[in-house]
Design a protein around this ligand. Structure first.
Ligand SMILES: [Mg+2]
Length: 248
């Protein structure tokens, strides 16, 4: 039994705002177990406050302090380093960053900006990067799962900017080891006593295993047949509930 369980949210707990079968019950049982439970997500089309409100609305028992979003880690980094970011982010994420000084930008932040990933905005970001500013990225996820299909995530746009400006992004969400370790530091549990559960074989599971955690890939959400090739030694479960039942 791991001492800490880190759960990805979208594709593990719910799809398109509808809880996956038995997921609410699985979270309730994990909350009752004597383990540290945290919810960690690269979702960047909404604020942490919205992620929390939506989980409550879906019936999940969760505390605000248990949720760690990649954009909140980016914001902390910006404040710690006194940066003024050019924000290539989704309209709905703006409130997360609206108290930052963004004049004369000396950094670029790339989250899942959806419609803002057009030539004008990408070129603006490129201009800032070309002056030597660091590129801070939410993640390198290739795609996410929504409305029954897979859709472009931030990763491909991060790669395009890296290529154009001949730079390397500092990734602060998954798959960065620092994201997992930061959460575990807070709960005071060693990586090898923790398990990450996700539907993204690369960014959730393989990355967590590389960071020293146990990895569990669930066959829900964006999971597609054969995805375990990205994390060959991972634990494979049909759903979160099947993992919870096995742990009991
Ligand atoms: Mg997911």
């Amino acid at each position: 039994m791991p001492q800490a369980v880190l759960l990805d949210i979208s594709g593990v707990l719910h799809e398109d705002g509808i809880p996956l079968p038995y997921a609410v019950e699985a979270v309730r049982r994990l909350q009752e177990a004597s383990i540290a439970l945290r919810f960690i997500t690269n979702t960047s089309r909404k604020t942490g406050a919205t992620v929390y409100a939506e989980l409550l609305q879906m019936g999940f028992e969760v505390e605000r302090s248990q949720i760690h979003t990649a954009p909140s880690v980016i914001k902390r980094y910006i404040l710690q380093h006194g940066l003024r970011p050019y924000l290539l982010i989704h309209d709905d994420l703006v409130p997360e960053f609206d108290d930052l000084d963004c004049t004369a930008p000396n950094a670029v932040v790339v989250c899942d900006a959806e419609h803002r990933f057009d030539y004008a905005h990408l070129d603006d970001a490129f201009q800032v990067l070309n002056q030597g500013a660091p590129l801070l990225a939410v993640g390198t996820n290739r795609y996410f799962h929504q409305r029954g299909g897979l859709h472009l995530d931030a990763g491909p746009f991060v790669k395009a900017l890296e290529y154009a400006a001949d730079t390397q992004a500092l990734v602060l969400g998954k798959p960065a080891a620092g994201f997992f370790h930061g959460v575990l530091e807070e709960v005071g549990i060693e990586a090898n006593q923790a398990m990450m559960v996700g539907d993204d074989a690369e960014a959730d599971v393989a990355a967590a295993m590389q960071a020293g955690l146990q990895g569990c890939l669930v066959q829900t959400g964006k999971y597609r047949d054969g995805d375990e090739r990205w994390a060959p030694d991972c634990r494979l479960e049909s759903s979160l509930m099947s993992l919870v039942a096995a742990l009991d």
